[in-house]
Design a protein around this ligand. Structure first.
Ligand code: AMP
Length: 402
């Protein structure tokens, strides 16, 4: 495993004998809901290999998960009930459900499971102790099993009760999804085929500066797009009008550009932009003739020349890591740059490149461009994959390390 993660010794699901065992499994079911149902079941489907493995060996499986940000209080809007229904459809089996994750009802449900049976408990985050990892909550959760399987890749970067706490009370291992995610990320950071390209976009420079600092030591080309790009352009004294700017991050942006230059890494910023006077769907959009944006305009997407340049560099790459949109893609007029990048990444993958895409927005874009099955790996955890690539030890893994 890469760098600081190298010291972690993690047990794998397939090496455990869990025949007939009571297993508590943490999964990432933080899925979008719509009209009382699950709008996108990708994260649920990604856990099926682990669940099928457990059910096949006759384990009695209790699942815990979180959904949204209910602020430590029960809230029907964030109930996992629709997730239990969808999971039952996918597994073609009954999924028992308890309306709380601790307390008498939950413990009766988990205790009464038969061999090869499964239950999902209500949202962990209905209790403030999940996020604070306090008040004996982890120990309460651990009573649901005699063994713990961690398969919530997207939650591993949080030191919560169900990630960092439960392994103190139960022996545990990583599930098949966590293994898959770590293998792909190791491949990116370990021994990438070259040229190696990183494309970073989205709104916040400060969220991505750590990963940029580390990736710039390994990559051949860096593409910066999205709202972040304006702080990088401002750091180069380019006029950015009313575009998103993180003034405090200008020194960081400068240092990334300098580090890239010193290491011979090509650093590409948008060469043109789609701009508007106000961020509204019906606002008349303009295309700039170059990098500069006039004082009354906001950069909302990369322009056609940038699409051309970025697509070419994507096509020339053999390893591609992409996180974050190129523009305000939620608004149709500013989705073009991000969709073009999604398509270019898929085309490069078709020609033999290894592509790893992380972050909820990038995944939504792959779906929008209808190429989600045409990249090598879509990570289910944006934050966790960035922190892993940054070289940070993920608390959920550290807790499981032998
Ligand atoms: P992040 O969570 O940092 O990956 O940022 C994702 C968000 O960045 C999305 O909601 C986009 O709408 C936003 N974004 C992308 N490009 C821009 C831009 N040019 N101006 C403002 N926001 C942007």
């Amino acid at each position: 495993m890469a760098d600081s993660q190298q010291t972690l010794k993690l047990r794998r699901l397939q090496d455990m004998n869990l025949r007939g065992a009571r297993v508590l499994a943490r999964v990432d079911y933080n899925v979008p809901l719509k009209d009382g149902g699950v709008a996108d079941d990708t994260r649920i489907r990604e856990t099926l290999p682990t669940l099928r493995h457990l059910l096949d060996v006759g384990a009695k499986v209790t699942l815990v998960a979180h959904l949204g940000r209910p602020s430590g209080k029960p809230n029907p809007k964030y109930s996992l009930k629709p997730v239990a229904e969808r999971l039952g459809q996918l597994l073609k089996t009954r999924v028992h459900f308890a309306s709380d994750c601790v307390g008498p009802e939950a413990h009766t449900v988990s205790a009464q499971l038969g061999s090869g049976e499964l239950a999902l408990l209500e949202n962990l985050r209905f209790h403030p102790e999940e996020e604070s990892n306090g008040g004996g909550f982890a120990q309460e959760l651990s009573r649901h099993g005699e063994f713990f399987v961690q398969d919530a890749f997207g939650a591993l970067h949080r030191a919560h009760a169900s990630t960092a706490g439960v392994p103190k009370y139960l022996p545990g291992c990583i599930g098949l999804l966590v293994q898959k995610e770590l293998e792909f990320l190791d491949r990116v950071i370990g021994n990438p085929q070259r040229p190696f390209l990183a494309i970073l976009g989205g709104a916040k420079v400060s969220d991505k500066i750590g990963v940029m600092r580390r990736l710039v030591e390994r990559i051949d080309t860096l593409v910066v797009g999205g709202g972040m790009a304006y702080t990088f352009l401002a750091a180069q004294n380019v006029e950015i009008g009313k575009s998103l700017l993180e003034k405090a991050s200008i020194p960081d942006a400068k240092s990334i550009i300098e580090k890239a230059y010193n290491r011979g890494v090509e650093c590409l910023l948008p060469a043109d932009h789609v701009t508007v006077g106000e961020l509204k769907d019906d606002c008349a959009a303009k295309i700039t003739s170059g990098m500069a944006i006039s004082p009354d305009q906001i950069g909302a997407d990369i322009g056609p020349r940038s699409i051309e340049i970025f697509s070419q560099v994507i096509s020339d790459s053999k390893t591609i890591f992409w996180n974050g949109p190129m523009g305000v893609f939620e608004m149709e007029p500013f989705a073009r740059g991000s969709v073009a990048v999604a398509k270019a990444v898929a085309r490069a993958t078709g020609k033999g490149a290894v592509s790893i895409v992380g972050g909820g927005d990038s995944l939504a874009l792959l779906n929008k461009a209808k190429v989600a099955d045409k990249v090598t790996h879509c990570s289910t955890g944006g934050g966790a994959s960035l922190e892993f690539l940054e070289g940070r030890v993920l608390p959920g893994l550290l807790a499981l390390s032998q």
